[in-house]
Each structure stands twice: as C-alpha cells, then as structure tokens.
Design a binder for this molecule. Sequence first.
Ligand SMILES: Cc1cc2nc3c(=O)[nH]c(=O)nc-3n(C[C@H](O)[C@H](O)[C@H](O)COP(=O)(O)O)c2cc1C
Length: 179
Amino acid sequence: MTHKKRIVVGISGGIAAYKSAMLVSQLVQSGHVVSVVMTQSATKFVSPATFSALTGTPAVIDPMDPKYPLGPHIELAQNCNLMIVAPATARVIASCALGLADDLLSTLYLNMECPIVFAPAMSAPMWEKPAVQRNVKQLHSDGVHLVGPESGWLSCRRIGFGRMSQPEAILQACKPWLE
Ligand SMILES: Cc1cc2nc3c(=O)[nH]c(=O)nc-3n(C[C@H](O)[C@H](O)[C@H](O)COP(=O)(O)O)c2cc1C
C-alpha cells in the first residue's frame, strides 16, 4: 500500500524540465502531496503554471516569497519525506555540492533532513567535465542519491551521456521512500 508522502520536486533550467511535469503528475496521481520549487532559469523552459496546476499549489520560485513567513527554505523542508531535483543542472549540482545557498533550491537542499535524489541532465561535454564530475562525487559522498544520467539523444542534437533519466526510472529509484 502506498502511504501519502510530502515531496518537494526541485526543477532547474534545462530542456529536460518538460519531463518533470510527467514526474510530478505521476507522484500526485499516486496520492502524494507535492510542492514544486523552480529556479529562475527553469521558468524559461516550463511555465510555473504547469506545475501549480499539476500539484494544486503554486510553484515556489522566490526565496523571499511572503506566503512563507519563516522562508520557503524552512517551511518546505518541514515534514518533508523526500526531495527530488530533476533536472539537476551543472549549476545546481555545483551550488549544492559547495553549499553555496545562492538561490531557493540550493538553500532548501541544505535545510532538508530527508532523503534527496538528484537526476542530472546536461550535454555530454558538460557531464564529462572534471569540475562537474568532482561536484557529483561530492554530492554522492554527502549522501545524495543519483539517478542517471543516461546515454541517448540530447537536445544539442547528438547522442551521448547526459540525458535525464525518464520519469519512470526516477520514480523507480525513489520507490524505497514512497512506500
Ligand atoms: C536551450 C538551453 C538548454 C540548456 N540545458 C541545460 C541542461 O540540460 N543542463 C544544464 O546544466 N544547463 C543547461 N543549460 C544552461 C542553464 O540553463 C544555465 O546554466 C542556467 O544558468 C542554469 O540555471 P539554474 O541551475 O539556476 O536552473 C541550458 C541552456 C539553454 C539556453
């Protein structure tokens, strides 16, 4: 039996953000309470209205959002069972690995006490860069669970490593925390 969980889905600025609409919808249809946090860049790829409608609650972008008197980085972390960051851009991965807290998503990451799953997505050259690999290793050793990326068609019109895992694969990886 599936128990209702509180889940935060963080969305950063990559083409794969469109796949996250399906991920969020699947989580909601499974009975979970989902909040979406978007980076400013993510809003250029998919409208916050899409995620607000899918979750039934406004997508949060502003770290100073007045609807959260304690700050969304505090209130969204309270009683949260799982954080999923999909897509996780090279910038968000770096910010979280370094603990920069330079936007809402990376500040919320630092405040989370629940399991955290990242689904990276970027071009093959970006993914292969030593700087990115260093940051991914850091997240892994900090306890973050990584799903993908996979090899396949990339939006830069070549086949290579860096494609975000499909929503089904991300859900499968999250299964231990969704039951
Ligand atoms: C069309 C387009 C696609 C992009 N796709 C990605 C991507 O898949 N992964 C990534 O790390 N950056 C990607 N970028 C670059 C990011 O959008 C850029 O680094 C941005 O600053 C990330 O901001 P965020 O991490 O706050 O969302 C893309 C940029 C453009 C214009």
